[in-house]
Design a protein around this ligand. Structure first.
Ligand code: ADP
Ligand code: MG
Length: 741
């Protein structure tokens, strides 16, 4: 605590003030009422309970038809729903409403309008109005949202249209209506539109396959359980780190002597200030009917995780987006800043968002859950093998779906999934597939949660099926009753990866159905036909199965030999979206058109370029006006010391006594000179890149020519941090950012 006192001597150094303030902070009392959760759960959502209360029987029935069966929504129905929704919202204190949508910039967008309208001619008194038209559709001025060229600014029209399958909710004084966002010509300008289309395609394709096993299946649902990782940083410290404020991550900072090496943070006791924050986050989440279940410390200091119980995918995606924005807001109330960046700190773990993904039928069967009967097990194996096959063929696309400038810092580092997509199945499922591949007749697969797994007569070691067979290094792992896509970044909209996943599986299942049907038409029995096709798929897709250590360098070599995509340049990875086979795949399931795919890539490249551009500017600025001035100041103090030494001690003695200081003086000069040169070169590289018109080429130029300077400059800064007087250093250090709470 000694250093903290320095603030009185060094009032100009905001860093010490910030640390001192942060240490003094006490936990903010949580706002959670002394009520049991179920009493206020879902209070701010216009869910089924509220609908029953505020809608007539006929309206409710018709609306549920729209929600559950996908029936079309007519204007009349919309008007009736709008009336009920308005009444509920006003009673809850809402004065405004907004269409809440998910533009390609990430996050969510909203434009609030109040309910008031003149009751008659202009100037008459106002009344609260909310018509079916306003509920169902709006035309926000959308010219500043990215469209990748789909929507020219002179034709700025974009439409938002209500998604009745995700319930409306109230935040503060505003009724939020989840909507899709499309262009005047009908192309998707958001994530929700293709997500809904992919869910529809997957439902159709999976239902068709399920009917081989159970003809009564009418619908297949896709489920998502997300696990949100995040960092919290004291807001005073945050405010004195311009890199955190402007880019979401630290662009410089020497590793703390202690960080996560003792593994004492993961699952450790939650710090009090953080615990109070988590309680408030849960309280808010529950009000929105979000079934938050798990909270714990993560691996890195000041890193935490929040996860709900899984649910229907479209709703779960919306809930994650809502949670991210609530978490940000609540952090402020507790004197924290929430960091959702994938890699805010070098040298410690980054943040991901595992997407737990599974399918289930309207008859209550989990399609990725091993069953009890031979028939159920054949269905389970069918779905697992089709997932393998789909992921194998589209491993480059899945990587493109999770890749962003920030996530690239996390993937491939020794803590997160590697930048190569492979599947971990675990020993049990692997043995079943190996057995199936080599079996000659159609032996029944017996897999039982209690009895373990056997394949026909050949008994496979009877191990209980559970979740313990885990491999933390796999980007895509089977975990007992679901697949866990772990490569997804913490700040991502889950829909980006799920659109790809749902679509590739839908296309795969369609192909499977087609092949099985043609074998049956040629006289094969159903089981025989299914076995034959599965065997073929197992053989074909072998390269995607990898249960070993994904962090090792050997894996990189082996993966390349197996023909898996090993590209590491973010802008080049995006090319996977527009390969002819990918365009075919997306079009065959009706999720995204060629035009949309090209447009979305334009947006991705543009976003990449802008992120690197901003980081480069911040890095240059900080180096020039924080680091170099501080280094110079310290150097002057040393020069002064050496000079005086010579005055007092005479040449010979002073030379001896000043060895240490002289070498530091020289080191500072050398480092300053390298930094200055590199910053200048980086600015020149940016100038060259900025002249490039083509978005892809520009992003590649930023990746190849600008980005490499970051590490070189940072290295010099971090070395200086270790030799310069701590009292002079203006930027909060890693040990403060990561340990003060
Ligand atoms: P871990 O961190 O060990 O992976 P967690 O318990 O933190 O596990 O998170 C697991 C997530 O997976 C939770 O959101 C949970 O609801 C979800 N989940 C469990 N079963 C399924 C399933 N069948 N389909 C989708 N998600 C599931
Ligand atoms: Mg997990």
């Amino acid at each position: 605590m000694n250093k903290i006192k320095l603030s009185s001597q060094n009032m100009s150094n905001l860093r010490f003030k910030a640390v001192e303030e942060a240490f003094k902070k006490k936990a903010v009392p949580s706002q959670t009422p002394a009520q049991i959760t179920s009493e206020y759960y879902g209070k701010y959502v216009f869910g089924k309970e509220q609908m029953t209360k505020y809608l007539s029987k006929e309206t409710l029935k018709a609306l549920l038809g729209v929600i559950d069966k996908g029936e079309t929504l007519n204007r009349d129905l919309a008007s009736h729903v709008a009336a009920g929704m308005k009444m509920w919202a006003i009673e809850k204190g809402a004065t405004h409403y907004t269409h809440w949508f998910q533009p390609l910039t990430g996050g969510t967008a909203e434009k609030h309008d109040s309910f008031i309208e003149y009751s008659g001619a202009p100037g008459t008194c106002v009344i609260e109005e909310f018509s079916g038209k306003l509920l169902a559709q709006q035309e926000p001025d959308a010219s500043s949202f990215p469209s990748g060229g789909i929507r020219n600014t002179f034709e700025a029209r974009g439409y938002t249209a209500w998604d009745p399958s995700s319930p409306a909710f109230i935040v503060d004084d505003t009724l939020c209506i989840p909507t899709v966002f499309i262009s005047y010509t009908g192309e998707a300008l958001d994530y929700k539109t293709p997500l809904l289309k992919s869910l529809n395609a997957l439902d159709k394709a999976a239902t068709d396959v399920c009917r081989y096993f159970d003809p009564s299946v009418k619908k297949v649902y896709a489920f998502l359980g997300w696990e949100q990782e995040y960092f919290l940083v004291d807001e005073g410290l945050y405010a004195t780190r311009p890199d955190l404020m402007l880019t979401g991550r630290t662009l410089m900072g020497h590793e703390s002597a202690k960080n996560q090496q003792l593994e004492d943070h993961y699952f450790g006791s939650i710090p009090t200030r953080v615990q109070a924050y988590m309680k408030d986050v849960e309280f808010e989440g529950y009000k929105y009917g979000i079934p938050l279940k798990t909270r714990h410390n993560e691996v890195a200091p000041n890193q935490f995780e929040l996860a709900p119980i899984y649910g229907e995918m479209n709703l779960s995606v919306d809930q994650n987006l809502l949670m991210m924005s609530l978490m940000k807001k609540i952090a402020r109330r507790h004197g924290f800043r929430l960091l959702l960046h994938e890699k805010p700190f070098a040298g410690v773990n980054g943040s991901g968002k595992h997407n737990n993904w599974s399918l289930g039928t309207d008859t209550g069967v989990g399609l990725l859950t091993p069953g009890k009967t031979a028939e159920e097990n054949l269905q389970f194996i069918t779905f697992v093998v089709n997932v393998l096959s789909a992921v194998y063929k589209n491993n480059a696309l899945l990587k493109a779906a999770i890749m962003t400038a920030p996530n690239a810092h996390r993937l491939g580092a020794n803590e997160a999934p590697p930048a190569i997509i492979s599947i971990f199945l675990g020993t049990q499922i692997s043995s079943v597939l190996d057995k199936l591949e080599s079996s000659t007749s159609e032996e029944a697969i017996v897999m039982d949660a209690k009895k373990g797994m056997r394949l026909g007569i050949a008994t496979i070691p009877e191990v209980l099926l559970d979740n313990t067979d885990r491999n933390r290094t796999s980007p895509f792992a089977f975990t007992g009753n679901r697949f866990e896509f772990r490569a997804v970044g913490s700040s991502a909209n889950c829909a980006t990866s799920l659109i790809a996943l749902n679509s590739i599986l839908a296309a795969q299942l369609k192909e499977f159905k087609h092949t099985v049907d043609s074998k049956m038409a040629a006289g094969a029995s159903k089981d025989k036909a299914i076995f034959a096709v599965l065997k073929e798929y197992i053989k074909e897709s072998k390269a995607i199965r990898f249960d070993g250590n994904g962090y090792g360098d050997e894996w990189k070599k082996e993966a390349a030999q197996r023909g898996l995509d090993c590209e590491t340049s973010v802008p080049v990875i995006y090319d996977a979206y527009t390969k002819p086979e990918t365009i075919n795949m997306f079009e065959s399931v009706g999720v995204l058109s060629e035009r949309e795919l090209h447009a979305r890539n334009e947006v991705k490249w543009e976003t990449y370029t802008k992120k690197i551009q901003i980081e480069a500017r911040v890095l240059g600025d900080l180096t020039m006006n924080h680091i170099i001035p501080v280094a110079t100041k310290y150097q002057s103090a040393l020069l002064d010391n050496v000079y005086k030494m010579f005055q007092v001690c005479g040449q010979e003695k002073a030379t001896k006594l000043s060895v240490h200081n002289t070498s530091i003086i020289e080191e500072i000069s050398e480092r300053i000179s390298i930094m200055k040169t590199k910053v200048d070169e980086m600015i020149e590289a940016r100038k060259v890149a900025n002249k490039i018109e083509n978005e892809r080429a520009k992003a590649i130029e930023y990746h190849d020519k600008v980005l490499p300077y970051f590490a070189e400059i940072r290295y010099q800064v971090d070395e200086l941090e270790m030799i310069i007087d701590d009292e002079l250093w203006t930027l909060p250090k890693y040990r403060e950012l990561l340990f003060v709470r």
